[in-house]
Design a protein around this ligand. Structure first.
Ligand SMILES: Cc1cc2nc3c(=O)[nH]c(=O)nc-3n(C[C@H](O)[C@H](O)[C@H](O)COP(=O)(O)OP(=O)(O)OC[C@H]3O[C@@H](n4cnc5c(N)ncnc54)[C@H](O)[C@@H]3O)c2cc1C
Ligand SMILES: *[C@@H]1O[C@H](CO)[C@@H](O)[C@H](O)[C@H]1NC(C)=O
Ligand SMILES: *[C@@H]1O[C@H](CO)[C@@H](O)[C@H](O)[C@H]1NC(C)=O
Ligand SMILES: *[C@@H]1O[C@H](CO)[C@@H](O)[C@H](O)[C@H]1NC(C)=O
Ligand SMILES: *[C@@H]1O[C@H](CO)[C@@H](O)[C@H](O)[C@H]1NC(C)=O
Ligand SMILES: *[C@@H]1O[C@H](CO)[C@@H](O)[C@H](O)[C@H]1NC(C)=O
Ligand SMILES: *[C@@H]1O[C@H](CO)[C@@H](O)[C@H](O)[C@H]1NC(C)=O
Length: 537
């Protein structure tokens, strides 16, 4: 059974401290840990609510404006380490002064758990944006990447040195490594090379005691857990050693749209039967949106955009498409040849003129700027959805509230069918035809009632239930959704309640994650609304 001392630790793991005390004590602790009481160096490292740059630092990487409201609970302090020792000191001092700690790398969390907390007060953020070195070793085909680096920084650094190496990273350039690898991480190359997490060979990690561990010193259990077990549960990942993968010098991309009037429903229905037959060097996906005809709602229609990135030339891709999916009628004119890194720009809808845009972490496409708040969900599809299922979906997508909805269907199959479910915590492998991610976006100021959009999303999700995976209804932890399970009244994630969302994200890997959590952080210092709980909670 469980040793008594662990129960003892748990009982005393929620110190109550007044914010003012914890705040000043924390700052003193941090200064002395850093061996410096020089206020100028501290001011580049620590932002309190009184610092003039507090708001800009806090909001710099908030990717969902739903969590920038006057009532959002803001952190007491933000620490932006410039050195690994600052991360260690932050853990030590927050623990000592009863501050809870959230870790942020790129701030893309769909529910903002890396920077807001409804139920932790007081809390601090450690923001790793400055820890973002990228070190590419072309000869050995590996790279060391710090957690605060964004995807674009690695793509760019590789492209500077090689046209035929790449990394199976995210579709979007701004996602940071810390949260991405913690989620599993999929993108253009995952049907051929697996998830980002499948390609991690070593890591540097700070545990709850402030120790810096690598793969060897942390052991295979913890090393397993941090590659896809969801961020913010086990400690702070500092950097990752990843394998690079081979790509041809030239890849091909096409993107072609069909409206309902152009048989989108039939094509979409058919796509489900053939998409897993495409070679693994292909990333087939579909985006469903609606036309924005403000003039007359009767003229709105659903648009299915069929996208593909293929690791090869157009003259190979066209016969392949004609063979497997002749109904789509792809011709050489639909295809564009480019380098892999250029395909990242095209797929991410970034301006293709210069690669430097990949380094710009504040660059956002205009659509995201116009509608900065969103609610999203995900589903896994294991048998084709009947046409009638889609026909029932269209009227919902055509409701006026849903003007800025998009559904992304990402084909699975390829090597994803071969990697065992227990290889890393991410369990969605063999048997999935595709994943759907649903997003509805809006601008908060225009309509104070974001509940309209959120309810719309919940209704669509309920509608989809008969067509998607069940027992559990699986979901991707990288697309965090706090609707998937309730927390206790004090917000804590008890084991019983956590296993509801835990099995959706991790299936049977959830139990191993809980076991590892109980070993490495029994007091549950690293926690958020959907962190892995230890057994005794
Ligand atoms: C616009 C957009 C595009 C996306 N595209 C893709 C995609 O193509 N493929 C895909 O798989 N996912 C994608 N995602 C999902 C994304 O991978 C996850 O949201 C991921 O968690 C974001 O990582 P982050 O570091 O940017 O976020 P953060 O909000 O900083 O962190 C997310 C979670 O990880 C924890 N965490 C962050 N850093 C660390 C660390 N160093 N150590 C331990 N825990 C940490 C946080 O506490 C939080 O729980 C996308 C998200 C957005 C908003
Ligand atoms: C820094 O702190 C030390 C003692 O911890 C003190 O002797 C020194 O005067 C302080 N320096 C400044 C600039 O405050
Ligand atoms: C605050 O922001 C301004 C403008 O971005 C910058 O010049 C200044 O150095 C920042 N100050 C600190 C303490 O970070
Ligand atoms: C739609 O499909 C029907 C029957 O399959 C076909 O006759 C028609 O030409 C198609 N329309 C378009 C626009 O492709
Ligand atoms: C829809 O189109 C109108 C008119 O062109 C524009 O003002 C509006 O911003 C668009 N809405 C979205 C969500 O794109
Ligand atoms: C919308 O459709 C109606 C017929 O349903 C048509 O008369 C009108 O011209 C269309 N408007 C636009 C902007 O396409
Ligand atoms: C990055 O993008 C932002 C937003 O588009 C822009 O304002 C800024 O000038 C860009 N920075 C650089 C260095 O190009």
């Amino acid at each position: 059974m469980f040793p008594a001392f662990l129960i003892f630790l748990f009982l005393f793991s929620w110190p109550i401290t007044s914010s003012a005390n914890s705040h000043e004590g924390f700052l003193r602790c941090l200064s002395s840990s850093l061996g410096s009481n020089d206020s100028s160096s501290i001011s580049r490292l620590v932002y309190t609510q009184r610092s003039s740059n507090y708001t800009s630092v806090l909001e710099s990487t908030i990717h969902n404006s739903r969590f920038i409201t006057p009532t959002s609970h803001r952190p007491l302090v933000i620490v932006t380490p410039l050195h690994v020792s600052h991360v260690q000191a932050t853990i030590r001092c927050t623990k000592k002064h009863g501050l809870q700690l959230r870790t942020r790398s790129g701030g893309h969390d769909f529910e903002g758990v890396s920077y807001v907390s409804e139920w932790e007060a007081p809390f601090a953020i450690v923001d790793l944006a400055n820890l973002r070195s990228v070190d590419v070793d072309v000869e050995n085909e590996v790279a060391w990447v710090q957690s605060g680096a964004i995807m674009g920084e690695l793509y760019y650094a590789i492209a500077q040195k090689s046209r035929t190496l790449a990394f199976p990273g995210a579709l979007c350039h701004g996602v940071a490594f810390g949260g991405f690898i913690s989620s599993g991480g999929y993108g253009l190359l995952f049907r051929k090379y697996g998830l980002a997490a499948d390609n991690v060979v070593d890591a540097e990690f700070v545990d709850v005691k402030g120790r810096i561990l690598n793969r060897k010193s942390m052991g295979e259990d913890l090393f397993w857990a941090i590659r896809g077990g969801g961020g913010g549960s086990f400690g702070i990942a500092l950097s990752w050693k990843v394998k690079l993968v081979r790509v041809p010098e030239i890849v091909t991309v096409f993107s072609t749209s069909r409206t309902l009037e152009q048989n989108a429903t039939q094509l979409l229905h058919r796509w489900q039967y053939i998409t897993n037959q495409f070679p693994d060097g292909m990333f087939p996906s579909i985006t469903l949106t609606t036309t924005n005809t403000t003039v007359d709602d009767r003229n709105r229609t659903v648009v299915a955009t069929f996208n593909t990135m293929y690791l090869g030339r157009a003259n190979e891709l066209v016969p392949l498409m004609q063979n497997v999916f002749p109904e789509l009628g792809i011709t050489i004119q639909d295809c564009n040849e480019m380098s892999f890194v250029e395909s990242i720009l095209v797929v991410g809808l970034l301006p293709p003129e210069n690669l430097e845009i990949l380094l710009n972490r504040s660059y956002r496409i205009s659509y995201l700027v116009a509608t900065p708040s969103f609610k999203a969900k995900s589903d896994y599809i294991k048998k084709p959805i009947p046409e009638i299922g889609f026909l029932g979906m269209w009227p919902q997508l055509l409701e006026p509230v849903a003007r800025t909805v998009s559904l992304s269907l990402a084909s699975y199959g390829g090597i994803m069918d071969e990697i065992p479910e227990s290889a890393v915590p991410f369990p969605h492998r063999n048997g999935n035809i595709y994943e759907i991610s649903y997003t509805i976006r809006w601008r908060e100021e225009e309509n104070a009632d974001s509940e309209i959009y959120i309810s719309w999303m919940r209704k669509l999700y309920d509608y989809m239930a008969p067509f998607v995976s069940n027992s559990p209804r699986e979901a991707y932890v990288g697309y965090r959704d706090l609707d998937l399970g309730e927390n206790d009244e004090d917000g804590h994630t008890s084991y019983a309640r956590a296993s509801v969302w835990g099995r959706k994200y991790f299936k049977n890997n959830f139990d191993r994650l809980v076991k590892i959590k109980t070993m490495v952080d029994p007091e549950n210092f690293f926690r958020h609304e959907q962190s892995i709980p230890p057994y005794f909670s």
